[in-house]
Design a protein around this ligand. Structure first.
Ligand code: RAM
Length: 329
């Protein structure tokens, strides 16, 4: 009798387990500008942490090998075919991705952007790492702080269509004449978040502007390339490299003096929060101005009138603290 009962219970349990539909797991695709970028690897770590906390979430980490919108369109089409529940994208272009993301939305996929945004018609919300104006003035201040007499500086950016870098550069240009009158921005060039192209562009700047005092690279890929060029060309002390850098990748350039200071936010927290927000929307949360959405251990964000929100101010790294942060991200 007991055996029969056990058998019946086991069979019932097996039936229940078998009937648990595969879609019980929420599939969230974290789409990055390009693979092989340490900044996005750190965001991936945070995304996995969020998935583990949420329990019923699976993160699909993906992106193209080159940081272009065309390559991201292919990735998104594959995710639509895979029937993911949400796409959280760091975009290589604000507009070019809109049609394919609209197609994803029509199939019921919740689309958000984070880090580098998509135009509002292509996404439900956008998560900025920090306030755009603040990042813009920070990247100039990082150079100006070490140029008391002013001088020529140049920007080495990511791709020419990157939403985030373009917004920061525009914000930087706005405050230049008023807040940094002695800083002379001579050029902006694009390394496409590719080490080889960024290296070539940094060399080009140095050749074209003999009085260059600083290279500002608001990209973790570009800043490493520029600092390596300054190091290899024996220009430490002549050209200060600064911008947005991942402490783990950049510590050696603070140590060797090719850079005085850089800034960034926590990419782990950013990836973590992006997954929380995408999950909120899949589970019925609504993205509308004024809405408050949970981002787990980071608290909550309130959407502004463009359905965007920003996380924390950027943090500055120099000789005094880069060692400590290089162990985290
Ligand atoms: C690169 C990417 C990313 C940006 C960081 C600062 O890794 O361009 O989008 O946020 O730099």
């Amino acid at each position: 009798m007991k055996l029969l009962k056990t058998l019946a219970v086991t069979t019932a349990l097996a039936a229940v387990l078998m009937s648990v539909p595969a879609y019980a797991q929420t599939k969230i695709a974290l789409v990055v500008k390009s693979l092989g970028n340490g900044f996005f690897d750190a965001a991936h770590k945070g995304a996995d942490e969020a998935a583990k906390e949420l329990g019923d979430v699976e993160v699909i980490y993906t992106g193209p090998t080159t940081a272009t919108a065309e390559a991201q369109i292919e990735v998104i089409n594959a995710l639509i075919a895979q029937q993911v529940d949400a796409i959280a994208i760091s975009a290589n272009d604000p507009d070019a991705l809109v049609p394919v993301l609209k197609k994803a939305a029509e199939r019921g996929i919740k689309v958000i952007s984070w880090d580098s945004g998509v135009a509002p018609e292509g996404r439900l919300l956008h998560l900025n790492p920090s306030e755009t104006g603040l990042i813009g003035s920070t990247i100039i201040k990082l150079a100006a702080d070490y140029l008391p007499d002013g001088g020529d500086v140049a920007i080495l950016s990511a791709s020419s269509t990157a939403t985030n870098q373009n917004a920061w550069i525009e914000a930087a240009k706005k405050v230049l004449p008023t807040d940094f009158p002695k800083i002379n921005l001579v050029a902006t060039v694009y390394g496409d978040d590719d080490s080889v192209k960024s290296t070539d562009e940094a060399k080009g700047l140095i050749a074209a502007y003999p009085n260059l005092k600083a290279i500002i690279a608001p990209t973790t890929v570009g800043v490493v390339a520029a600092a390596q060029v300054v190091t290899d060309m024996g220009l430490i002390g002549k050209i200060n490299v600064t911008g947005l850098a991942l402490p783990s990748e950049f510590k050696k350039f603070i140590d060797n003096g090719s850079s005085q200071a850089v800034a960034l936010w926590n990419p782990i927290d950013l990836g973590y929060s992006a997954v929380y927000l995408a999950n909120d929307l899949v589970k019925g949360g609504e993205a509308k101005p004024g809405a408050k959405l949970s981002i787990g251990r980071m608290g909550e964000i309130t959407l502004d009138d463009t359905n965007s929100a920003a996380m924390a101010p950027p943090f500055t790294f120099d000789k005094s603290n880069i060692e400590e942060f290089s162990k985290i991200y």
